[in-house]
Design a protein around this ligand. Structure first.
Ligand code: AR6
Length: 179
């Protein structure tokens, strides 16, 4: 991990890196409604976790857009994976903003139910699903700040940016919201 930047009283970090290397209570996966794997971060997480992750995902029966499901982490350094399904970008008038916000809220709800203290998020929907990254970063950081405010039991949230352009967008969005 490199190039870190922090906010929310030190409980939020923006880093560049690979989420599969994060030793946290749960990493979040940007999945699709089948929960049966795919490309991007989803493929990387399944590769690193091993085939037992797919076996458990098969038992879940999929997940609607904006919701989340939790599994074990298997061979990952993370104890759990929270699989959430971001919206596909269709121009912004199909409820995309609200569905993306709902992904983050659903992840925090699972973190609360399972007593998780450390979370790592990728930039949901900004790859194959084409959500504009500046807009996604504002929504993500707003929801993460609200989640941290509501759940004082969460010690840290890391946003893991795989690409420089994504890191820059989150960095700028965090600075724009700083008091
Ligand atoms: N660690 C952190 N972030 C990553 C990693 C990684 N190892 N690999 C990619 N990213 P995407 P989506 C970033 O396409 O847009 C899948 O096929 C990537 O740079 O993974 O929500 C699913 O099965 C980008 O910023 O997810 C779905 O079908 C971010 O992760 C679909 O893609 C999200 O890009 C979901 O599309």
């Amino acid at each position: 991990m490199s190039e870190t930047h922090s906010g929310c009283g030190g409980r939020l970090q923006i880093v560049r890196g690979d989420i599969t290397e994060c030793a946290v209570d749960a990493i979040v996966n940007a999945a699709n409604t089948s929960l049966l794997g795919g490309a991007g971060v989803d493929g990387a997480i399944h590769d690193a976790a091993g085939p037992e992750l797919l076996d458990e995902c098969r038992t879940l029966g999929g997940c609607p857009t904006g919701s989340a499901r939790i599994t074990r982490g298997y061979a990952l350094p993370a104890r759990h994976v929270i699989h959430t399904v971001g919206p596909i970008w269709y121009g912004g008038t199909n409820g995309e903003d609200e569905l993306l916000a709902s992904c983050y809220r659903s992840c925090f709800a699972l973190a609360e139910q399972h007593g998780l203290r450390t979370l790592a998020f990728p930039s949901i929907s900004t790859g194959a699903y084409r959500f504009p990254v500046q807009r996604a970063a504002r929504i993500a950081l707003n929801e993460i700040a609200q989640g941290l405010e509501r759940l004082q039991t969460i010690a840290s949230v890391i946003v893991v940016c795989f690409e420089g352009r994504v890191y820059d967008a989150y960095h700028d969005a965090l600075n724009a919201n700083a008091p």
